[in-house]
Design a protein around this ligand. Structure first.
Ligand code: TEU
Ligand code: CA
Length: 558
């Protein structure tokens, strides 16, 4: 067992815009985060991942960066950041920054130069192509709807943007671009930060020639994915980055990697590969999509969810490392998606925490998850802020593929704004997030779902999270044990074992809003297994467990 601090850690993800506003302008900021460090330390987490805090015109809430070495005006100053870093370290919290280098903002000075003329020294920092008969260079669509190419009249050519028009893709074939990226990484690491989450890092290498993609049914665009995901040089670039930068620091790294298979992930995270510690994969986020299409209200299928998690758990065991998440700033709230945010809100939020944190990998807690924050109801598209939802609404409703009322239902179920409503600190105005007007509406559930109320209640989701996180520190098997799925075909219960030498954990999670009986492996009864945690009052272990709705239990034998 190859011990590493980043395997033993729990990461807490902060979306700074929505976490805590210190000056009443309705936007969360760095001083707001500083004011909550005691709270964050009390959770028992080890690392804070901050979504982008750099200078940005905010076309995509900070994922469009115009200066990598400065802080977004609304969030504060570099001096505030230095103070945050120092105080976080005093609170035994490491800081991980979001590294967004597949693209920059179109307002970054590199792009302003690049677009100015064909012979500008920065021209090759981005991906420029000639059009074809007055059309874009190929039929690729962008992640945020429409063509992935934008015409620029200054030089009569098109630039590639896999995300919004204001997020032009960097040209990683250019060694100067790579050197710039390594420089800015070192600049932050030398300040003392502890790692990077790397935004869509598996998209940095594109297939040369930019061939057309397979037509997408019902759309005028073609599928770009085979040409931009896990492209021809991505591993070469990451190994170079590791050699030039990462290997010189003791840091935590996680690469965001949609459309990545277990085999790909072994290449990114393999212990002998010198690339990344782990990647965020997406297969389990697809269990409620419609043939890869996110916009649907299909319910997740538990048997499929178990199959996907188990494939990853066994696939990376001993060769790579998993990251564990059920929600983040791009995904709906996990209790609304996989649990029950009504009658069994409290039970199901706790059950999901157990189910995820007892797996092998580094767990990520997204702000508000630890108090069971729920999805929001957006009544119409004007109430939404997210560029992905707004553009998709326009595209799908205007070409008739999805009716407007259906699209709103899908956005309420899957949209990214669900995760971005203000953090709910107390039952006062705006949930204690701001004294001003919040940039995105507060979820009305804050009167019931908030930190202050849950601090008072020993039985709260918040206090339960503290216990779950603590288990990881007390029982190395939670970190290092191997994983084995039980009852793969059971469509209501997710049960699995963890194994380390003679030691075993049995994890049993009822995903149904009704009582369930489950026969468990005999050795746990014979050895009178110890109950490590449960979301119901303690009961004795028997051959057949009588599980309550959304009950979760963890048993230990050695
Ligand atoms: O997300 C990458 C990505 O693929 C997203 O489009 C995500 O899969 C999608 O929102 C879910 O439907 C990263 C960031 O996490 C996201 O916030 C950024 O908007 C995006 O990159 C561009 O930087
Ligand atoms: Ca503010």
């Amino acid at each position: 067992m190859d011990k590493k601090w980043w395997k033993e850690s729990v990461v807490y993800q902060i979306y700074p815009r929505s976490f805590c506003d210190s000056n009443g302008d309705g936007i969360g900021d760095l001083r707001g985060i500083i004011s909550k460090l005691d709270y964050l330390e009390s959770l028992g987490v080890d690392v804070l991942w901050l979504c982008p805090i750099y200078k940005s015109p905010n076309d995509d809430n900070g994922y469009d960066i115009s200066d990598y070495r400065d802080i977004m005006d609304e969030f504060g100053t570099l001096a505030d950041f230095d103070e945050l870093l120092e105080k976080a370290h005093e609170h035994h919290l490491k800081i991980m920054l979001d590294l967004v280098v597949n693209h920059t903002s179109d307002e970054h000075k590199w792009f302003i130069e690049s677009r100015s003329s064909k012979d500008n020294p920065y021209r090759d920092y981005y991906i420029w192509q000639e059009g074809k008969n007055g059309n874009p260079p190929n039929n690729w669509d962008s992640n945020f709807s429409g063509s992935a190419w934008k015409y620029d009249s200054r030089t009569d050519m098109y630039y590639l943007h896999l995300f919004s028009e204001k997020q032009p893709d960097l040209n990683w074939r250019n060694t100067k671009v790579r050197a710039e990226v390594y420089d800015l990484m070192k600049w932050w690491l030398d300040k003392g930060i502890d790692g990077f989450r790397m935004d869509v890092i598996n998209m940095i290498s594109k297939v040369e020639g930019y061939p057309d993609g397979e037509p997408i049914p019902g759309s005028k665009y073609g599928n770009r994915l085979p040409y931009v995901m896990n492209g021809p040089h991505v591993h070469e670039y990451l190994q170079e980055m590791n050699r030039e930068v990462l290997s010189k620091y003791d840091v935590i790294t996680v690469g965001e990697a949609p459309c990545t298979s277990v085999e790909d992930a072994i290449k990114y995270t393999g212990f002998d590969r010198q690339e990344l510690n782990m990647v965020f994969t997406f297969e389990h986020m697809d269990v409620d999509s419609d043939n890869g299409l996110k916009w649907t209200d299909k319910k997740p299928d538990l048997v499929e969810l178990k199959r996907v998690f188990s494939k990853w758990q066994t696939g990376l065991n001993g060769v790579g490392w998993n990251s564990l998440y059920l929600n983040n700033h791009d995904q709906p709230r996990m209790v609304s998606r996989f649990g029950d945010d009504g009658k069994y809100w409290k039970e199901s939020a706790k059950m999901l925490a157990v189910c995820l944190h007892m797996m092998q990998g580094t767990p990520y807690v997204y702000q508000g998850e630890e108090i069971g924050m729920k999805n929001m109801v957006f009544h119409n598209i004007e109430e939404c802020n997210d560029i992905e939802a707004i553009n998709a609404y326009k595209e799908y409703t205007s070409d008739g593929r999805i009716a407007p009322e259906d699209m709103m239902r899908y956005i309420n179920r899957k949209g990214r704004d669900n995760a971005r409503t203000p953090m709910q600190w107390n039952a006062e105005k705006n949930a204690g997030f701001t004294t001003g007007t919040p940039w995105l509406k507060t979820n009305p559930c804050y009167t019931e779902v908030n930190v202050a109320a849950q601090e008072e209640d020993p039985d709260s989701i918040l206090n339960f999270y503290r216990k779950v996180i603590r288990l990881r520190k007390d029982y190395p098997i939670v970190v290092y044990g191997s994983y084995e799925l039980l009852y793969p075909e059971h469509d209501k219960i997710y049960a699995y074992e963890r194994i380390l030498g003679q030691e075993k954990l049995l994890i049993v999670c009822n995903f149904a809003g009704e009582a369930m009986d489950l026969e468990i492996p005999a050795e746990f009864v014979e050895k009178s297994a110890k109950l490590l945690i449960s979301n119901y009052p303690e009961t004795k272990i028997t051959d057949t467990l009588h599980l309550q709705p959304y009950e979760a239990r963890v048993y230990h034998i050695e």
